[in-house]
Design a protein around this ligand. Structure first.
Ligand SMILES: Nc1ncnc2c1ncn2[C@@H]1O[C@H](COP(=O)(O)OP(=O)(O)OP(=O)(O)O)[C@@H](O)[C@H]1O
Ligand SMILES: [Mg+2]
Length: 333
């Protein structure tokens, strides 16, 4: 199952490891129900406006959309937490929202989702919202609102983290570079001191701030930004090994879209091939991957078993339109 660190170029000639995931008997529902995941990070609201276009505006050469329907979905860290709950685990969400309409909407959707909200409110914050305007299945425009939470609010969030830490088994940092994880280095150190694993979905090129994380889960572009373009699998392994040593990451899981995922740890390298039968919607697959990993580690599974299940979950979620979550039955039965 484990490939030696200096294996052949991948994916063509690398021995494809058949990663066998544990069965439902080995991972009963009750075991997942006991897993307590704390998600910390940037929440956002994904909003969709659907309408018809029948004319061009008299004001400028742009289409006029007559909006007929609005749909809202939890995004970012909230989507990650929702994925943990869908698997049957307990998830708390620590984040900052504003006193605005998108903030209220996020609170309502969280209430419906079963995620336990631990929200800091910032009256001056524009809650992150990504508004898409669509007509006939085509996206015409995306409009983003966001700014950075205030210093005091972020400090309050750090204090809240201290209170929440003892009641959780695993900590998950969902970074979308909106400022919610300003104090991530301190949070990782505190979790480490408390003996709790910390999983990080990174953003940006400064990974020093994630120092000491148990597991970091970049996609290809995110890793490339930090270690540069690799020329072969051997070169990739060398770059990742150096990075892990420098920043004290216990493990790194590279998600590689259609090429599946590769785990780098002290035990060697494990590659899991993508298992999707059909691919409809790949957005949010990364959220499902890290949520599944956190739930399984929180339930006491090994990292290798957690990766096998996360890979299976990713294969399921990319085959779905709409709901970007996977439930227990879909994963095990
Ligand atoms: N086109 C695809 N075909 C098969 N499997 C896929 C595909 N895209 C994604 N996956 C599965 O989903 C996992 C995560 O996808 P990816 O590496 O694209 O993460 P990501 O870029 O973080 O996703 P996100 O859009 O959520 O940010 C992959 O490791 C793979 O298992
Ligand atoms: Mg991602």
């Amino acid at each position: 199952m484990l490939n030696p660190p200096n294996s052949q170029p991948m994916p063509e000639s690398m021995t494809e490891a058949t990663v066998s995931a544990p069965t439902a008997a080995a991972v009963p529902r009750a075991r997942l129900a006991g897993a307590r995941v704390l998600v910390v990070g940037d929440v956002m609201l994904d909003r969709y406006w659907f309408g018809d276009v029948n004319r061009i505006s008299p004001e400028a050469p742009v289409p006029v959309v007559h909006v007929q329907k609005q749909e809202d979905r939890l995004g970012g860290a909230a989507n990650v937490a929702r994925n943990a709950v869908a698997l049957g685990a307990q998830a708390g969400l620590l984040c900052v929202v504003g006193h605005d309409e998108p903030g209220e909407r996020i609170i309502t959707l969280l209430d419906e989702s079963g995620v336990v909200p631990h929200l800091e409110r910032d009256p001056d914050l524009l809650t992150t919202i990504k508004l898409r305007v669509l007509s006939r299945q085509q996206q015409l425009l995306r409009v983003d609102f966001e700014n950075t939470p205030a210093h005091e609010v972020l400090l309050a969030s750090l204090a809240r983290f201290d209170e929440l830490l003892p009641a959780h088994d695993v900590i998950l940092m969902s970074d979308y570079a909106k400022g919610g994880l300003t104090h991530v280095t301190k949070m990782i150190a505190k979790a480490h001191a408390a003996g709790k694993p910390v999983l990080v979905d990174p953003k940006g090129d400064d990974w020093e701030r994630y120092r000491g994380a148990t597991l970091i889960t970049p996609n290809r572009a995110e890793l490339r930004e930090v270690v540069g373009q690799w020329k072969s699998e051997e070169d990739l392994t060398a770059r990742v090994t150096k990075l892990r040593a420098e920043l004290e990451f216990k493990a790194l899981l590279l998600t590689r879209s259609e090429e599946g995922m590769t785990l780098f740890s002290d035990d060697g390298i494990l590659h899991a091939s993508a298992v999707a039968r059909e691919v409809y919607d790949v957005s949010g697959a990364g959220d499902t991957v890290i949520a599944t990993l956190a739930v399984m580690l929180g339930a006491g599974l090994s990292l290798v078993d957690a990766v096998a299940l996360a890979n299976r979950a990713a294969g399921i979620v990319v085959g779905k339109l709409g709901t970007a979550t996977v439930n227990y039955d879909e994963l095990f039965l």
